[in-house]
Design a protein around this ligand. Structure first.
Ligand SMILES: Cc1cc2nc3c(=O)[nH]c(=O)nc-3n(C[C@H](O)[C@H](O)[C@H](O)COP(=O)(O)OP(=O)(O)OC[C@H]3O[C@@H](n4cnc5c(N)ncnc54)[C@H](O)[C@@H]3O)c2cc1C
Length: 415
């Protein structure tokens, strides 16, 4: 870019959401100029394998890329990598980059994602403590793991448990420390948490649940995690996975409305004209949640990018996508759809002992969410029931000899 440049669409952030906005625009026939500014040094890549195959070493960097450089060149999407947008002026339709250059835009999309939450406690600046968000983070962790040893993982959410599984598969001793009384508490029911706890323990992961981290001990490098009780758990390296916060700094400084995320409407429009927000950084009205929601998933990044592309193309469509998530741990695939927060009934389908079962969440007799473990068929069946919004027969849901698509009590569509 020159010192001053003008683009039709400027995308801030080259993660899943930013990349998919550019891809979606071109697929829909957008012929204007597109630029993506990313403070990472790599072309857009897939984050989920970072805590799975890429950490283990069974997937290399070239396979992480969402599209190769030839694709971006053919599609005439221009990149500024290793470059940060330091300020945004929505009214003046311009941004300033950290090297002082100015980019003028017709449309701007904030796709700034999330920032890892940091643990602030005594010893939290010791060497040997890692966070995991980027490919550079995982490269550093892999380097740290070379000497083997005992790995402490702080946080038993999706990322913490995936890293625990990967580290066990790499032959490390693993201890997971979680403040909540059960794993995956934020996202699932006790039945699913209990299953994953048993699977991890059976495979040699030590779980310390309901334990607060008070600090880290060590001379210049971490040697132990100190719990609130004063107990010291020896570790050679610790990985902290306690969640992310939406990266709203740029939007807030620009005067754009934010509240736990950049606030957008169902067309991904922010409070500033011509500025959209998509992916992990955005908080949107979700028809399945019944309120404003911020989702952290590849599916949402892609869905919201497609909606933003429609808005830019002046063919607006409302965001109505069903939230879906997945997590891979050992040989277990957890697939989830819908949001279970207001469920008033739960049906267990299948046998937890054989490692393939489904938990179906109901509200007023209708399916609102599902967690399927190693059961893609049930996942698809339950997903269809959520989308149809029809009343279901509880006994049929629980009976594995009845396909989920036959579980409807009536074909009346919910009002
Ligand atoms: C280890 C890991 C495992 C995951 N596993 C799964 C999974 O199994 N399934 C699933 O659905 N989801 C998973 N996710 C979540 C999923 O990857 C995210 O929801 C998705 O990547 C969000 O995409 P995004 O583009 O909104 O944000 P990000 O991918 O966070 O991209 C935002 C980018 O913007 C850059 N940026 C921010 N501010 C600026 C600025 N001012 N200037 C320039 N650049 C800027 C950031 O550095 C970043 O590169 C996982 C995430 C991680 C980290």
């Amino acid at each position: 870019m020159n010192d001053q440049i003008a683009v039709d669409v400027l995308i801030i952030g080259g993660g899943h959401a930013g990349a998919h906005l550019a891809i979606s625009l071109r697929q829909k026939g957008f012929a204007g100029s597109i630029a993506i500014v990313s403070d990472e040094h790599s072309l857009p890549y897939d984050r989920p394998p970072l805590s799975k195959a890429y950490l283990i070493g069974s997937m290399q960097i070239d396979r992480l890329l969402l599209r190769d450089s030839d694709y971006w060149a053919e599609q005439q999407v221009r990149f500024e990598l290793g470059c940060r947008v330091r300020s945004l002026d929505p009214a003046g339709k311009r941004v300033e980059l950290d090297d002082g250059r100015v980019v003028r835009f017709g449309w701007c999309a904030l796709a700034t994602g999330g920032k890892v939450r940091h643990l602030r406690c005594p010893g939290s600046d010791l060497a040997g403590l890692y966070y995991l968000r980027t490919v550079a983070d995982v490269d550093a962790i892999r380097e740290g793991l070379r000497n083997g040893g005992r790995i402490g993982i702080i946080g038993a959410g999706y990322v913490g448990l995936e890293v625990a599984a990967a580290a066990r598969e790499m032959g490390h001793e693993v201890v997971v420390i979680e403040a909540q009384p059960r794993v995956l508490q934020r996202v699932t029911s006790p039945a699913v948490s209990d299953f994953f706890e048993r699977q991890h323990r059976n495979r040699g992961v030590e779980l310390r649940l309901g334990e607060q981290v008070a600090g880290f001990s060590g001379e210049d490098r971490v040697s132990a995690v100190r719990l609130g009780s004063g107990e010291e758990i020896p570790v050679d390296l610790a990985i902290i996975g306690i969640g992310i916060d939406a990266d709203t700094a740029l939007a807030e400084e620009a005067g754009i409305a934010c509240d736990g995320g950049v606030l957008v409407d169902e067309y991904c429009r922010t409070s500033a004209e011509g500025v959209l927000a998509i992916g992990d950084c955005a908080r949107h009205p979700n028809p399945f949640a019944g309120g404003l929601w911020r989702l952290e998933s590849v599916q949402h990044a892609m869905d919201s990018a497609a909606i933003a592309a429609d808005t830019i193309m002046e063919a607006p469509t409302e965001y109505r996508a069903l939230p879906t998530f997945w997590s891979d741990q050992f040989d277990l695939k957890l697939q989830s759809a819908g949001l279970n927060k207001d469920a008033d009934d739960i049906v267990l389908r299948g046998d937890r002992e054989n490692g393939s079962f489904t938990v179906i969440y109901l509200r007023q007799g209708r399916v609102v969410a599902v967690d399927a473990i190693n059961n893609a068929k049930d996942f698809m069946g339950a997903r269809a029931l959520i989308l149809k919004g029809i009343a279901v027969d509880r006994a049929k849901l629980a009976d594995i000899s009845v396909p989920l698509k036959m579980a409807a009590q009536t074909d009346r569509v919910a009002s």
